[in-house]
Ligand binder design. Structure first.
Ligand SMILES: [Zn+2]
Length: 569
């Protein structure tokens, strides 16, 4: 408190005259703040107002700390025992800086009480998430964007897209975010962006997180109450909102689908913890000045809504948690439900094709002199296409420390075996998977993964981990530990060592062993002969036959394709 006393004694007379304009407000509307000025501005707010505090929240790849700015009307900055909490993230893509500048104005207006003050809600914001990206300031990396004059770069210092890093956590930013997220435990989360893609009349578009992933109760509330209320509130301010126009290299006339924000994305991640997530996506071709304004207004709408409805949000979150318990079915794969269509009175521009001046081939162009309002279909619903049953627990040997570290970072509680123990478990063998042919975000990830299951007695060593699923983070456990889930640790290469066989045999030696094995095991021999009859390629391939026999014997190593996370049912 000393800092405030000092400031009030020393500079209290200056407050009224203090210029609290931001870089954006001081310029002609086309300038975005630099990283240094942004943090300096928040430091100044922190020093001047007791309702504001700026905190450092762990490290980032840049070597600079991640910051969190907080506003509390009641000056209570404890994360526990708040009625409601909102977390706003900015600059995950620093080439899309609208939220950075809008958030500076927002906190200043909250501090100066220029706007209605939330009395039930703690407002938290990350001023800049991708710090090294923002420091990589330039005026060209957003080729199609209409301002600002200078901005940061999408990739971070190691060229990661931080908005794909929430599960694999290759960056320090992601790890610090996860720690921060679990400290704040927000009810509502906003991640501010600027869109690419088609041209249309809207300045503001929004990805509301795929509501089915939230669960039935919370998802329905989100899609049928909260989101429509925010859209209505924006309309009162004469700002039209349309779902993120998920169309690339084509016109939106035929309609479009809800964006899939799997757990690798910010809102996909926050959805795993019952947080209501929005991704404001302002339109790249609209003036920066207008984009910052609508981003600001959406944050205000979200704050007001949360502040008014905090009790209902809390209650539905509590009810929602009950649907994610051991023994319940959990969807791990989704597809658009084309039977459920809603219609949007879409405000677009006439799009057509003309010969390209470059190639002579047909090229798309939008005629801004031909605006239209057309009824187009929107496919906003997904249906689950694959389920797993939530086990009672997952057992992970302590050798798998890299995933255990991430589970701990996500506040997942656990027990450890106090002595060597035999326990009945369900195990997975990796039956099939495909691997990306080109690198994606530092990985050659897997997809279309399939497993087979079997029951066995597992010997757990003293110190191995037991993760009960009867806990808040159950969705995170299932999405990361079930290999078939799209953003599982398996698909993100955490377990690639099990895909490679370590020991093998020399055929000229094993030929004789194999013969002896078949002779001594008539049943095995029968299966072998049947396989040869039914599979002509196999019948012609001596090496494959020897390998098949090898894999039926104890010589074949158990670790190959054996998924080292075990289910307790
Ligand atoms: Zn973006």
């Amino acid at each position: 408190m000393l800092k405030y006393l000092f400031l009030f004694v020393g500079t209290s007379f200056c407050f009224a005259q203090q210029n609290w304009n931001t870089t954006f407000e001081n310029g002609n509307g086309n300038q975005s703040v630099t990283y240094e000025d942004c943090i300096a501005f928040f430091k100044k707010l922190d020093a001047a107002f007791e309702t504001i505090t700026l905190q450092e929240m762990g490290n980032t790849d840049s070597g600079k700390p991640l910051h969190l700015i907080l506003f509390s009307a009641t000056k209570n900055f404890e994360f526990k025992n708040q009625k409601a909490k909102i977390l706003i993230n900015n600059g995950i893509h620093p080439g899309e800086p609208d939220g950075i500048d809008a958030t500076m104005s927002l906190f200043r207006d909250l501090a100066l009480q220029k706007i209605s003050i939330p009395h039930n809600t703690l407002i938290a914001a990350i001023p800049v998430y991708n710090i090294d990206g923002m420091l990589n300031r330039n005026s060209s990396s957003r080729a199609n964007q209409n301002g600002p004059e200078a901005y940061g770069f999408r990739g971070n210092g190691r060229n990661y897209d931080l908005n794909r890093d929430f599960i694999k956590s290759d960056t320090k930013n992601s790890r610090s975010f996860q720690a921060l997220f679990h400290l704040v435990e927000p009810d509502v989360f906003l991640d501010n962006h600027v869109s690419n893609g088609a041209d249309y009349q809207y300045t503001f578009t929004c990805i509301a997180t795929q509501h089915e992933r939230l669960g039935v109760k919370l998802g329905n509330y989100f899609a049928t109450e909260m989101y429509p209320a925010l859209v209505q509130d924006m309309q009162k301010k004469k700002i039209d909102v349309v779902p993120y126009v998920n169309v690339h290299s084509a016109t939106p006339d035929k309609g479009f689908e809800q964006f899939t924000d799997t757990p690798r994305y910010a809102t996909g991640y926050t959805t795993l913890f019952h947080t209501l997530g929005f991704v404001p996506e302002t339109h790249m071709l609209k003036a920066f000045k207008d984009r910052v304004k609508v981003t600001y207004e959406f944050m205000v709408s979200a704050i007001n809504y949360t502040d008014k409805n905090f009790q209902k949000i809390k209650q539905i979150k509590e009810e929602n948690k009950l649907d994610f318990q051991p023994g319940k079915k959990y969807p791990i794969e989704w597809a658009i439900d084309s039977t459920q269509v809603s219609y949007i009175n879409f405000k677009g521009y006439e799009g057509s094709y003309k010969p390209s001046a470059i190639s002579g081939k047909p090229r798309l162009f939008y005629d801004r002199n031909k605006p239209f309002t057309k009824k187009i279909p929107f496919y906003g619903n997904y249906k689950a296409t694959k389920f797993v049953t939530i086990p009672r627990a997952y057992i992970i040997p302590q050798t798998q420390w890299s995933v255990i570290e991430l589970l701990k970072l996500n506040n997942i509680t656990y027990a450890q075996f106090t002595k060597d123990t035999l326990i009945e478990v369900e195990t997975y063998k990796i039956k099939d998977y495909k691997t990306s042919k080109s690198p994606y975000e530092g990985h050659y990830g897997h997809f279309s993964t399939q497993v087979t299951t079997q029951s066995e007695q597992l010997k757990c060593n003293k110190g191995d981990y037991y993760f009960s699923t009867a806990q808040f983070g159950v969705k995170y456990l299932v999405e990361t530990l079930e290999p078939e889930a799209v953003d599982s640790f398996f698909n993100w290469n955490f377990f690639d060592t099990i895909l490679q066989q370590k020991e093998y045999f020399s055929a000229y030696v094993f030929e004789d062993v194999a013969k002896k094995i078949l002779d001594e095991n008539p049943e095995l021999k029968q299966i072998f002969e049947a396989k040869k009859k039914s599979d002509t390629t196999f019948a012609e391939d001596g090496a494959a036959q020897l390998d098949w026999i090898y894999k039926q014997t104890p010589y074949y190593e158990k670790a190959h394709l054996q998924y080292p996370v075990y289910r307790v049912n």
